[in-house]
Design a protein around this ligand. Structure first.
Ligand code: ADP
Length: 249
């Protein structure tokens, strides 16, 4: 598979002196379902913010789909979609209108924006919510709307930051069905962070583990289990805990 995201020696230090990324090297292949794992404070959000152009890096390089963000920021913003918990939806606008506006923002005609909105309302089962004010949705429905908004322009890479927090089991199952379809049928590259390791285990194939601003593993999930636990029939959760424990010794 071709490379989709290539990161080399990336560093980021916040103004208070915290070194959040200490020289990240990471590859994600095109069409891959990838998950970035690591404990709180490891640097996941910082890395996602840098990759999605919300935050400037200090040193090092990265490209997404061969696009260099320093030279072509808008191009990269069109190439990716981001569903993050940071962009809280408090809009008084109706769900369907938000989706249509988002489509127009990305250059779709009114007709195309409306038909894309219908597809996404259908995929994410938001039809009961379509005429409600977005800000009044429940947490789980807001997460689904975030995801639908991130997909309006059919991005090649979708960043999902803790996407299923607050979703009930049925919404969660439906959510993963839609994301897997997107990955398998449209070959959208998925970049997921989650603390629900069972979800990562079930859906993703590739992973990286970040600890204290460094990548400690980048490869397949089954490779990780084999390296850490000498078996790939163990759960990712158990292997992850084993790794963290051995690391902190
Ligand atoms: P994660 O997403 O894995 O929980 P973060 O990327 O949020 O980790 O944080 C990595 C490190 O950077 C932590 O030590 C955190 O306290 C610090 N950090 C995050 N955001 C800021 C900020 N705006 N200013 C200073 N330090 C920050």
């Amino acid at each position: 598979m071709e490379a989709e995201i290539v990161i080399s020696n990336l560093t980021k230090r916040y103004s208070n002196g915290t070194e959040a990324l200490k020289g990240i090297d990471l590859d994600v292949k095109r069409g891959e379902f990838f998950t970035l794992l690591g404990p709180n404070g490891a640097g996941k959000s910082t890395l996602i913010k840098v990759l999605t152009t919300l935050l400037d890096k200090d040193t090092g390089r990265f490209s997404i789909g061969g696009i260099n963000p320093e030279q072509e920021k808008t191009k990269i913003q069109n190439y990716i979609g981001v569903a993050s918990q940071e962009n809280e939806i408090d809009s008084g606008e109706k769900v369907e209108n938000l989706l249509i506006f988002q489509g127009k923002l990305f250059g779709l005609s009114t007709v195309d924006a409306k038909s894309r909105t219908e597809e996404l309302i259908d995929a994410f089962q938001l039809s009961e919510q379509r005429s409600k004010k977005a800000g009044t949705l429940s947490g789980g429905n807001k997460r689904r709307l975030h995801c639908a908004l991130a997909l309006v322009h059919r991005p090649q890479v979708l960043f999902l930051d803790e996407p299923t927090v607050g979703m009930d089991p049925l919404a969660r199952a439906n959510f993963w069905r839609v994301i897997n379809q997107l990955n398998q049928k449209e070959h959208t590259t998925i970049f997921l962070t989650t603390q629900y390791l069972d979800e990562a285990d079930k859906n993703a194939k590739a992973m990286a583990l970040i600890l204290d601003g460094n990548i400690e593993y980048n490869g397949t999930i089954s490779g990780f289990k084999n390296v850490v636990s000498k078996s790939d029939s163990i759960s990712l959760n158990d292997s992850y805990l084993e790794f963290i424990k051995s690391f902190s010794k």
